[in-house]
Design a protein around this ligand. Structure first.
Ligand code: SAH
Length: 315
């Protein structure tokens, strides 16, 4: 659920960035969010992701209260994906009952990252890898990932990114091709392969990264991301699942807000009826010969890490 498109950052790749004055901004009310989480329960989902821009109006207390309400009213696991926050914020939300956190490090090439992801305020230094350590320490099930085909991203640095996934022992890994947004600094960039090793921002490269992530991190949850469905509406989601992904993330954002969460253009259009969307998704998964899991769906990596003292059988 994309609960707010307000953002105080100026990431060169992202269509929510604060430079964009032409984008109408929204923040869902707690009641709207709770209504959508109740729908998630009715649809049989075990977990909900709350994602937003870096919205300074989504405060420690406000978000904490929301998490507490969801945990009190539903059996859902709650994942937050609200960008770079202080350790005190992250600890408060964990305390309120949040289970998981998604924070992509976007690229491990520090120069490229600094160029595309300026600090919120002068003098600050963005340290997503450091924050991933903090999240882990606080007990969150932790997810990260990268953009594939950022202008200036080389195969060497992408290989480094994949290595990092394994080193960080991530519970969740989300990767997708970079899709230029015309309202951003990178809007005109078409990333085609060049002899200097530029990674192409293609559907095929997206699948390769998913497949390699799966080989390196057999116990992680890996979503077939929306960026893949955007590049290939008919088959992107299935192909991601067939190449190593084991998670889908149906969008529960109410129809009136969906088009405003425009990180990149051309996201699959809203199925206004979320029951229809769910039925279609289940049919797609069944057609692949796979079945839909139930329950909160913690990654095997997380379950192993947090399991009680193993029995003699190692169960
Ligand atoms: N504000 C949160 C959530 C950001 S949106 C955060 O910063 O963590 C989630 C992800 O969308 C980002 O981490 C980024 O990897 C991806 N994204 C942003 N712009 C994109 C683009 N133009 N093409 C493809 N993916 C994009």
């Amino acid at each position: 659920m994309e609960f707010s498109n307000r953002c105080s950052r100026r990431c060169a790749y992202c269509g929510l960035n604060a430079h964009r004055k032409d984008l109408r901004r929204y923040r869902m009310t707690h009641e709207e969010i709770l209504a959508a989480t109740r729908l998630a329960v009715r649809l049989g989902y075990g977990t909900v992701v709350l994602q937003s821009g870096e919205d300074e109006g989504a405060t420690r207390d406000g978000l904490g209260e929301l998490v507490r309400s969801i945990k009190a009213e539903t059996p859902l696991a709650v994942t937050l994906s609200v960008g770079e926050c202080s350790e005190a914020d992250l600890a408060a939300w964990k305390q309120a009952g949040a289970d998981r956190y998604l924070l992509r490090f976007e690229t491990s090439d520090r120069n490229l990252y600094d160029r595309l992801h300026p600090p919120r305020r002068p003098g600050e230094r963005s340290d997503r890898l450091g924050l991933l350590g903090t999240l882990r320490k606080l007990g969150y099930e932790t997810g990260s990932g990268v953009l594939v085909g950022l202008p200036g991203q080389t195969f060497e640095s992408l290989a480094e990114d994949l290595q990092r996934f394994a080193e960080l022992d991530l519970d969740m890994i989300g990767c997708g091709p970079f899709i230029p947004h015309p309202g951003t600094a990178l809007g005109g960039e078409q990333t085609t392969p060049t002899p200097d090793g530029q990674v192409p921002a293609t559907e095929l490269m997206g699948y390769k990264v998913i497949a390699l992530a799966r080989l390196l991190c057999p116990d992680a949850n890996i979503p077939s991301t929306t960026a893949l469905s955007t590049l290939n509406r008919t088959a992107g989601r299935e192909r991601g699942l067939a190449r190593g992904a084991n998670v889908v993330m149906p969008n529960l954002t109410p129809a009136r807000y969906r088009n405003l969460y425009e990180i990149y253009p051309g996201k699959p259009t809203a199925d206004v009826d979320l029951h229809d969307q769910d039925a279609r998704l289940r049919a797609q998964i069944a057609a692949l010969g796979r079945s839909v899991g139930t329950g909160p769906g913690a990654s095997p990596a997380y379950r192993q890490r947090t399991a009680a003292v193993p029995t003699a059988q190692g169960a």
